[in-house]
Design a protein around this ligand. Sequence first.
Ligand SMILES: [Zn+2]
Length: 696
Amino acid sequence: MMTNLSPSPTRTPVDNPLLAPWDTPHAAPPFGAIRPEHFAPAFAAAFAEHRGEIEGVAGQAAAPTFDNTVAALERAGRTLARVSSAFFCLVGAHSNPAILALEREIVPRLTAHWDAIHMNQALFARIAAIKDAPSGGARALDAEQARVLDRYFTTFRRAGAGLDAAARGRLAEIGERLAALGTQFSQRVLADEQGWTLPLEAEEDLAGLPEHLRAAARAAAQECGLASPAVVTLSRSSVEPFLAFSRRRDLREKAFRAWIARGEGGASDNTGIIAETVRLRTEKAKLLGYPTWADYRLDDAMAKTPAAARALLAKVWAPARTRALAERDAMQEMIRAEGGNFALASWDWRYFAEKLRQERCDLKEGEIEPYLQLDRMITAAFETARRLFGITATPRRDVPVWHPDVRTWEIQAADGRHLGLFFGDYFARPSKRSGAWMSTLREQEKLDTEVRPLVFNVMNFAKGADGGPALLSHDDARTLFHEFGHALHALLSDVTYPLISGTGVATDFVELPSQLYEQWLDTPEILKTFAVHCRTGEPMPDALIAKLKAARTFNQGFATVEYVASAIVDLDYHALTTAEDLDPAAFERAALDRIGMPEEIVMRHRSPHFSHVFAGDHYSAAYYSYMWSEVLDADAFKAFQETGNVFDRATAERLHRHIYSAGGSRTPDEAYAAFRGRLPTEDALLQRRGLADAAG
Ligand SMILES: [Zn+2]
């Protein structure tokens, strides 16, 4: 396998578009010219270049200074950064068997590469010497430099640089194995998602589905190249609305069972991967001096300890569970009143919740979607950013993209300054992973010259039918705002050092800019202008906006229980001090029994497809982060509400300065306090979810 990564002697780097200079607009990756076979030699060259640079920094004779060590490390690895970012863009958004095969090979090598750097003894000694030197080395450091130095020291320490050779060797082995397991995990989930569709052959199979969902199901069948006239896929934007609207209880059950069994059983079974992953993480934590993986992970998060994360979840769990049980009883009563002779099952929840929502909030079936046209919602997200931060977005058609559906905009500051390029990849397709995410093809920095970022959003929306506009559910529109909030965190970034650029912040802080941004979607200022009916052109009526607002706390018991259960199970796995012979299915069941999980609700992400936690380390023991960040974003939005203007200039200016443009230049606590004048409280969160009274 290794030989694949050696540069071919017959191919000089200039023949490889990944290694040649990018003379595209704003030096964006030349996707049109990049082929899968370019990646292996490009990675080989990039690894070699970076290793050479690292050896130069570590082995130099000069006494360690911030400039010759930390800044030099920040300047290193630029080829690797650009090759990796183009590669992982394709892995997630537009893969093929060649890319996925290479991913299985590259990810462990990448982990080994970075582990070798972070455990490099000579480098660690230099960094420690600068840190220990009075006033930060040869010259006093500015605040950002001090922060970057601290992050380097922490990263090296947490990678095991301070341990003996035997421990470092074992950590390197574990790291490579974990990387391979994470890739396998996500590839198996993808295989299960690609391998299953529910054909809707006849009119009776479509019973209950509003027109926009029928259209989406037809478009999905076309997209997958299937003979059926319409299909439901296991993409969340396809299966969730089907569960909410289909009158066919048997088909709901079929779709639901397939959805929650992704990664479980059959050729794509992830059970063994979960067991081995948890065991290796536990071993790694112990080698690093922590009792559990959760202790290790959270030591470097805003929460700091698993106990702090659990305390927040516990505070929310009890009132949410009570609320969910009441929601269940109301739906059971509805079933009884309709003459139904069955107990509410998990595949019934969304269906009866939707009926109950329509009844209680006086919302008609499919009443909202025709107002939420994708293009209008994209413009709404841009307009929100213009009103808050003064930026504008102009379409660009001259930038290479990785798929014809991808759209590009140039983002400019109020004074016309170029801030970056934004790529939007909105539609589901078989070559794309499920879910929604933001990432970058290049990050902002200004270490030597000003480098502006290339930022992208990926979603899985259904295409409009028969050339009509793509229509979003309210949840889809929130997702669009959420991911654009992350994108702004990268686009507005204004720091010197790449390490702390944009979203380079703690995992339980990184959802603040995204979740906060969702709040503007539901403001009358935005809805009245951009939520325009796709056929009549009428803006969303005030009465509907009011109903939408009232419906916000509807079914929040369910939504909160579904989420918190996943967050607790994640923390439970990673609270193990020993994880031999772990049986994930039994472990998950026991963890849910302990918290009294209502039988009719399934975790938002069951273990076998819990990609946040098992497709890599990033959100492991950190799925609670969304709730943690929600405490921050609910409290932060209140800062605007308190002024009586959700676009208040002074508040927006502080938000821009201390959060959206600040990257990781300060600790999360410092950054938040600088914006708000104090640390957050949980009141706004409980209020928003309608749980304040139940919390007591
Ligand atoms: Zn997010």
